[in-house]
Design a protein around this ligand. Structure first.
Ligand SMILES: O=C(O)CCC(=O)C(=O)O
Ligand SMILES: [Fe+2]
Length: 279
């Protein structure tokens, strides 16, 4: 299989645990996903007989009508969220051979996997805390394999106001971090959203941080052990981004556990990893 990253990109990824690859996807792969989202929003507006007008489709405003929709009924935002991960163009992108080439190149594995329930499209709404990801590593929220990668890509141009994802550079080298199952400051956060690092404040101070501003077509590859969190969206538009998670079947912990999956698969981190859960 073709090598898709340069030697320098591989070295930079190994150093920091995160790498931005500008223009990794063709916009001709991304636009059908944006069109799919536009259509789903339109179908929900029609189904609910709402008087919301969608502008003509354009890639920059593919979510036309969505702010009005969630202002009318926030629950309809959840319906759209559950629906859009089933858009065929998105599944095609998630399972693309270029992702496979990256994981083979970065991990040297002959046996990559796509994490079931580990791909989706985030919709981070302005001024909303409940679904914002606090500092975390991917592994405890996935429990497929300790060796995994998130492919993250925005569906709109990221700005500081939209709250780009923030990374603790090099934090993947310090291994898996124990967590608490509840976020005491935000009791409305449940499941994977409630996980908090046991020593969060002290730990994240150790690292330099980056919060890259990316464009549609750009890809950010993230080590499953690097610490990262969602920014806060202080704009007046939802932040739409794709997460596509792959892992390595060969990694020993995943093999021993049988690649079970975590919250989304109905499993409990305390069962797979009692040593990782504090309190
Ligand atoms: O997009 C975000 O805000 C968080 C992304 C994230 O945690 C991930 O892709 O694993
Ligand atoms: Fe994450």
């Amino acid at each position: 299989m073709e090598e898709v990253l340069t030697v320098d990109q591989v070295a930079s990824f190994n150093q920091t645990g995160v790498l931005v690859v500008p223009g990794f996807y063709n916009l001709s792969e991304v636009e059908p996903i944006q069109r799919g989202i536009y259509s789903v929003i339109g179908l929900v507006i029609d189904e609910k007989r709402l008087s919301i007008q969608q502008a003509e489709f354009a890639p920059e405003t593919f979510d036309s009508g969505f702010q009005e929709l969630i202002a009318h009924d926030r629950g309809l935002g959840g319906l759209v969220y559950d629906a859009v991960k089933q858009i065929p163009a998105f599944i095609r992108l998630a399972s693309s051979t270029n992702h496979e080439a990256v994981i083979r190149q970065l991990r040297g594995t002959a046996t990559p996997a796509i994490a079931a329930g580990g791909y989706g499209i985030r919709i981070d709404n302005p001024q909303e805390e409940k679904f914002r990801a606090a500092w975390h590593q991917e592994y405890p929220a996935q429990i497929r394999s300790m060796d995994g990668l998130v492919f993250w890509s925005p569906l709109l141009s990221m700005t500081k106001e939209l709250g780009p994802v923030e990374f603790c550079l090099g934090s993947h080298k310090d291994g898996v971090v124990p967590v608490r199952m509840k976020d005491a400051a935000n009791p409305e956060k449940v499941g994977a959203y409630g996980l908090t690092l046991a020593d969060e404040a002290e730990r994240v101070k150790r690292y330099d941080r980056a919060a890259p501003l990316t464009q549609p077509g750009d890809m950010v590859v993230i080590d499953w052990l690097v610490l990262h969190r969602s920014g806060e969206n202080h704009s007046n538009r939802s932040r739409w981004s794709m997460q596509m998670r792959w892992f390595n079947f060969e990694e020993p912990t995943g093999r021993r556990l049988g690649w079970p999956g975590s919250f989304a698969a109905g499993n409990d981190l305390r069962v797979a990893h009692p040593e990782l859960v504090v309190d």
